[in-house]
Design a protein around this ligand. Structure first.
Ligand code: NOJ
Length: 558
């Protein structure tokens, strides 16, 4: 790779930051965050160093699934702002070097969407076939529902016409039928619309469900196959936006994820979240043993050079552990969420990382150091950079969707509205804004915010982390993970101690000689290398080091 490639394939070295406009910053004082508030905080995001902002749904909504139940794909929720405000945000962010991507939620609509209102009104509605209907009694599909606390079937009887409609999520979210050409035309039009407003791509919601056509009329309207359709969307995006991306939510085993990248051709999703590595990282943390994470990373299939994994510690949903075995899941539950109110759907946790780690600053920093050193593109969920906690009194996934904590002022500085009018209650207790907020941490060079900002900067300065092949280095400690990222002009060694005991980690680095040095990138320090490439790295309990392998003639930034 050349350094100039990093701007062509910008997503491979991006730092993505996900937020919900509704809970980020309220500028007009009505209790709900808004675009006017977000644009005021673009310089904060630029200071943090993020390069890509992912906006959770901001469209008009029936608001029964926190905005993922959309009533107009082309609109802006009037509580949050207008199209003008969106464009102002995108332009201001671009000026600060930040691209904006938006959630594309087209597996389903809200049942309040005008298409569905019309579709359910009569079997002859022009929108009837935008959705999936059946007249016979459906079989038991209780094992297929995504939200088992609310649903027991993926089919719902609609009294008016006496037929059942398909909904893979909540019953108020009827699935669109992508085998219908008219629906496919709409989806492309929606993408084209937002692209024309300057956004740089999409976080694509629920991709496997979007493409799942088992229950849909067969091969209708020239629908060849689901992956051909995904290829079509990618090429359409490419025609409308030279470097737009599709970052897909595909929580499937790695071999299936490879298919969603388009295999070796890489012509489907540009990026995918690595749910498998995330889940195994928690298992490794629970066990203080790196093996599960290492295995997950080593089993990632090779993909095309333009495809990329998105790595993360937390997202806006439950911290799903569905791909672990039952026993493994119970280990993580026992370590990080033993109480019933910390668990949801029998498969996930509703907590954020710092409370799960009992606020231990060494361990929290080690996890973020690990995240930024993994091969891939790191994605932060708002508030992670200051170590926000969750609200266990909120229902289910809402526990982590609390207002951003800007200061110790009322409502955490999020809004001037009375607390009873806030979009969501502010966190109380040890992680409340009095203790965890941006204003305090901005003044403190030792804060988590300062640390994460440094990680962002170092990650950006080390493009091999986003680009390189991942190589685990042999060393004797089960608690430790040591890995190497290389490119043409040198390499980087990252060493992480998942356990509480200090460790001395012997490493052998091929090609290194006595005139090489291992220079610390996260602190001031250095490790000597002998003539056989051997080095001995000291780690504190929960310690972490990034070491630049430096040859005498190296011109890499130190
Ligand atoms: C996936 C989203 O991440 C989640 O928040 C939402 O509830 C479902 N899709 C349904 O839209």
């Amino acid at each position: 790779m050349r350094i100039t490639d990093t701007s062509d394939l910008w997503w491979k070295t991006a730092v993505v930051y996900c937020l919900d406009v509704e809970t980020f910053f309220d500028w007009d004082g009505d209790g709900t965050g808004d675009f006017a508030g977000l644009v005021q905080r673009v310089d904060y995001l630029a200071g943090l160093g993020i390069t890509c902002l992912w906006l959770m749904p901001f469209y008009p909504t029936a608001d029964r699934d926190d905005g993922y139940d959309i009533t107009d794909f082309y609109g802006v929720d009037p509580r949050l702002g207008t199209h003008g405000d969106v464009v102002e945000l995108v332009r201001t962010a671009q000026d600060r070097g930040i691209r904006v991507i938006v959630d594309l939620v087209v597996n389903h609509t809200s049942d309040k969407h005008p298409w569905f209102r019309s579709a359910r009104s009569s079997k002859t509605s022009p929108y009837r076939d935008y959705y999936v209907w059946r007249s016979d009694t459906p079989p038991d599909t209780s094992a297929e529902v995504v939200f088992p606390d609310q649903e027991d079937s993926i089919w719902e009887l609609d009294e008016k016409t006496g037929e059942y409609y398909l909904h893979r999520f909540y019953k108020h979210q009827p699935d669109l039928d992508v085998t219908n050409q008219a629906v496919r035309d709409e989806i492309a039009k929606v993408m084209g619309f937002w692209i024309s407003l300057g956004i740089s791509g999409f976080r694509v919601d629920a991709v496997p469900f979007l493409l799942q056509t088992d229950d849909m009329p067969e091969g209708a309207d020239g629908f060849a196959d689901p992956h051909a359709y995904l290829r079509y969307l990618r090429s359409f995006l490419g025609r409308r936006s030279a470097d737009g991306i599709m970052l897909g939510e595909v929580n499937l085993p790695h071999p299936q994820q490879l298919e969603f990248f388009g295999g070796p051709d890489g012509d489907e999703l540009t990026m995918q979240f690595d749910f498998i590595a995330m889940q195994n990282m928690y298992l490794s943390l629970a066990r203080c043993d790196a093996a599960a994470l290492v295995t997950a990373l080593e089993q990632r299939p090779a993909s095309s050079v333009s495809s990329q994994w998105a790595t993360f510690v937390r997202n806006h949903d439950e911290l799903t552990l569905d791909k672990l075995s039952d026993d493994e899941r119970q280990e993580v539950f026992a370590a990080f969420g033993p109480q019933e109110n910390m668990q949801v759907y029998g498969r996930g946790l509703v907590r954020r990382l710092p409370p799960m780690l009992a606020g231990d600053p060494r361990r929290i920093r080690m996890v973020y150091s690990l995240l930024f050193s993994l091969p891939g593109t790191p994605v932060l969920f708002y508030g992670e950079e200051i170590g926000m906690g969750e609200n266990l009194d909120a229902s289910g996934r809402m526990a982590v969707r609390t207002p951003m904590q800007w200061s110790s002022a009322r409502n955490g500085g999020f809004s001037s509205a009375p607390p009873s009018r806030l979009a969501a209650p502010v966190v109380t207790g040890g992680f409340a804004p009095e203790h965890v907020n941006v204003a305090q941490q901005r003044q403190d060079p030792d804060s988590l915010l300062a640390f994460i900002s440094m990680l962002v900067r170092r990650y950006r300065e080390c493009p091999e982390l986003g680009w390189s092949h991942f190589q685990v280095l042999d060393q004797p400690h089960a608690q430790v993970m040591a890995h190497l990222a290389s490119w043409d002009d040198g390499s980087l060694v990252a060493v992480h101690n998942l356990g509480p005991e200090p460790r001395t980690v012997p490493l052998t680095l091929e090609g290194c000689e006595a005139d090489h040095r291992l220079v610390d990138l996260l602190t001031v320090g250095e490790v000597a290398v002998d003539g056989a490439g051997r080095a001995s790295v000291e780690l504190d309990g929960y310690g972490y080091r990034w070491l630049r392998v430096t040859a005498p003639q190296s011109r890499r930034l130190l």
